[in-house]
Design a protein around this ligand. Structure first.
Ligand SMILES: Cc1cc2nc3c(=O)[nH]c(=O)nc-3n(C[C@H](O)[C@H](O)[C@H](O)COP(=O)(O)OP(=O)(O)OC[C@H]3O[C@@H](n4cnc5c(N)ncnc54)[C@H](O)[C@@H]3O)c2cc1C
Length: 218
């Protein structure tokens, strides 16, 4: 899996903090922007703790993601507050490229798995001699590799990290979520300081999964 942060709002912490302070200040936007950045960031942390997350919608982040399965992207695109551009299997011929779940390796079933993948791609190559690739692709598996670009604002990312950094999320999208979180934390440490699963950020498990190894026993 390869995940890159291709673009992001410059000085997103400061921008969101300015938005937060503006709502309660008679000062001009220009004066707020040139104010003490440490004071602004502490205001941002305060409003985020109160749950006033709309101020971070001004910050947006674009990721390039490749080497992931279509099973993952099917889960990813359920996050509607985002923009997506994905390599199309209608227009781009599918190379033999697939993700192998670690559980398959651990169970010693990789050989059986590879046979199934080879069979799927053999059928694909056979069919595409006679039908458009958009129809031949129906025999391709959920494991097929894909690439896409995703843009999300920080508020949507906070929701995404809450749901997908959790141990209850599937391993592949969870790995993606943690990689994305590490990238945005480097550019916007204040916004994403407390991002992640609720067990880590709020010592609370909404699903009350007490058998989970991250369950916040107090
Ligand atoms: C562990 C896990 C298991 C899952 N299992 C399943 C499953 O078995 N089957 C399944 O179908 N899905 C499943 N999902 C997907 C899940 O139901 C959500 O579709 C997905 O997580 C996107 O979350 P979201 O709606 O909060 O995100 P977004 O679509 O990005 O929305 C963000 C927020 O905006 C608001 N919002 C967005 N659209 C609307 C709207 N139309 N009306 C009102 N408010 C809106 C909501 O507050 C929402 O939380 C699973 C998700 C997880 C994390």
């Amino acid at each position: 899996m390869k995940v890159e942060l291709l673009a992001h709002t410059p000085e997103a912490d400061l921008l969101s903090a300015t938005a937060a302070k503006l709502t309660h200040s008679p000062s001009s936007i220009q004066d707020l922007r040139t104010g003490d950045p440490r004071e602004l960031e502490s205001i941002l942390r305060h409003v985020l703790r109160l749950g006033h997350e709309s101020v971070v919608e001004h910050a947006s982040y674009t990721f390039g993601i490749s080497g992931v399965s279509r099973a993952l992207t099917h889960q990813l695109v359920r996050h509607r507050i985002a923009s997506y551009s994905q390599q199309s299997q209608r227009y781009v011929e599918a190379e033999v490229d697939y993700v192998v779940p670690p559980s398959i390796r651990r169970a010693g079933l990789e050989e059986r798995y590879v046979e199934a993948m080879d069979a799927a791609w053999r059928a694909y190559h056979h069919l595409k001699q006679k039908v458009p690739i958009e129809d031949a692709r129906y025999v391709l598996p959920n494991a097929a590799g894909t690439a896409l670009m995703v843009t999300m604002n920080a508020r949507s990312l906070l929701n995404f990290f809450e749901l997908r950094c959790c141990l209850h999320a599937q391993w592949e999208i969870r790995a993606l979520a943690w990689k994305m979180l590490r990238l945005v934390r480097q550019t916007s440490p204040a916004i994403f300081e407390r991002a992640g699963p609720p067990c880590r950020t709020r010592q609370h498990c909404p699903m009350d999964k007490s058998d989970c190894r991250w369950y916040p026993h107090r």
